[in-house]
Design a protein around this ligand. Structure first.
Ligand SMILES: NC(=O)c1ccc[n+]([C@@H]2O[C@H](COP(=O)([O-])OP(=O)(O)OC[C@H]3O[C@@H](n4cnc5c(N)ncnc54)[C@H](O)[C@@H]3O)[C@@H](O)[C@H]2O)c1
Length: 354
């Protein structure tokens, strides 16, 4: 992996969960400069960028990827070598309660960005044109539901179930069409469920940790037997960097942690880690907490999400064989790091018990 390229990387959604981990990685571990365009929606976490925000190689623009004029100005001014497109509405439950923002940002926003990049690319020349690429970051949820056997490969057909995954699927198709029709140099990646530091508190792992620490019920959809393939966010970022730097144009790379777990197993593992890390937490002894059972006594099964996919699993052999990427964290080591971090935040009063 060549990390001395001094590229200018335009990241969209760089203040989100994965985007901020990517921006930190680029500033801390490469010589690349980063331009971050982010709308700062409820899902963003500006504090995740505190460690790098003063770097001379980092610039932030608050803005919407649907804003064509803003995109044009930023592209012209900073002349990026690479676009890494992560901005999205990404929370499945919210997409079920109101799909409009998902259609707007994930589909119209991706279209607007593609058009701005096509315009910008058409004026590039020489080596700059040769090196330019548009990396679209997507999800394994575009492939839909799996039975007990098999894994998603890059050849799996698209069968999205939720408004979120349908909007990401549409964006993936647009990106491929801009490659085929206009020759925009693109690469795509589709990744499994991420977890790690700074994830939004609505997501399963942070929600479980924070509710347990606060002595609140830990909700689990349906029977909790849904299977997800989990990947530590920093491993995802390394994979994104490999795809961006070395991926073949027009190709898709599936990224996964080879760590399939049932939701109920994930929650029970978190409860077990918390027994070690926070045995004396006063909040946890509230509500329906039972000292005999421990944190797991707070688990509460709730009505299942409509259209809930039963199983996702990723075959990541293409990126492993062709780009030499492999996750560094096992689910156990990554989960422990994550729980430790949230417990630290909770104790420091950074993330409230409310
Ligand atoms: N989280 C996962 O497990 C996962 C897995 C696979 C793929 N992905 C994909 O990776 C990308 C990043 O995911 P995430 O978990 O970091 O999402 P996130 O919701 O945490 O962050 C998204 C970021 O995009 C910004 N944003 C939203 N709408 C915008 C707009 N119109 N213009 C500019 N910025 C806007 C938000 O402010 C936020 O900072 C998404 O495209 C998502 O589909 C996520």
């Amino acid at each position: 992996m060549n990390n001395k390229q001094n590229r200018v990387v335009l990241v969209t959604g760089g203040t989100g969960f994965i985007g901020s981990a990517l921006v930190r990685f680029l500033i801390e571990h490469t010589q690349d400069s980063v331009i971050n365009i982010d709308k700062l929606t409820y899902a963003s976490s500006p504090c995740a960028l505190a460690s790098i925000e003063h770097s001379v190689r980092y610039q932030f623009f608050e803005g919407d990827i649907c804003d064509q004029q803003l995109l044009k100005r930023v592209l012209e001014k900073f002349q990026p070598d690479v676009i890494m497109h992560l901005a999205a509405e990404s929370h499945v439950d919210r997409s079920i309660n109101g799909a409009d923002k998902f259609i707007q940002t994930n589909i119209v926003g991706t279209f607007t960005l593609l058009e701005a990049c096509r315009d910008y690319y058409s004026a590039l020349q020489g080596e700059k044109r040769q090196a330019f690429r548009f990396h679209h970051v997507s999800t394994d949820e575009v492939y839909g539901d799996l039975s007990d056997k098999g894994k998603f490969t890059e050849q799996s057909s698209y069968a999205p179930s939720s408004p979120y995954s349908a909007s990401k699927a549409a964006a993936d198709h647009l990106v491929r069409a801009w490659y085929r029709t206009y020759g925009l140099p693109v690469v795509l990646s589709n990744c499994s469920n991420n977890y790690g530091l700074y994830q939004h508190l609505e997501k399963l792992i942070p929600l479980t940790i924070m509710n347990a620490l606060a002595g609140k019920p830990i909700p689990i959809y349906g029977n909790g037997l849904q299977v997800r393939d989990w990947l530590y966010v920093e491993d995802h970022v390394q994979a994104l960097y490999s795809v961006m730097s070395e991926g073949q144009l027009g190709e898709t790379y599936n990224i996964g942690g080879n760590a399939e777990r049932k939701n109920i197993e994930v929650v029970r593992s978190i409860c077990n880690i918390l027994e070690e890390l926070a045995p004396d937490n006063p909040y946890s002894k509230m509500g329906k907490f039972s000292a005999e059972v421990g944190f797991a006594s707070l688990i509460e099964f709730v009505t299942d999400r409509p259209g809930h996919d039963k199983r996702y699993a990723i075959d990541a052999s293409k990126i492993e064989k062709t780009l030499g990427w492999k996750p560094q964290e096992s689910f156990e080591t990554g989960l422990r790091k994550t729980v430790e971090w949230y417990v630290g935040q909770f104790k420091a009063g950074q993330l409230g018990a409310d």
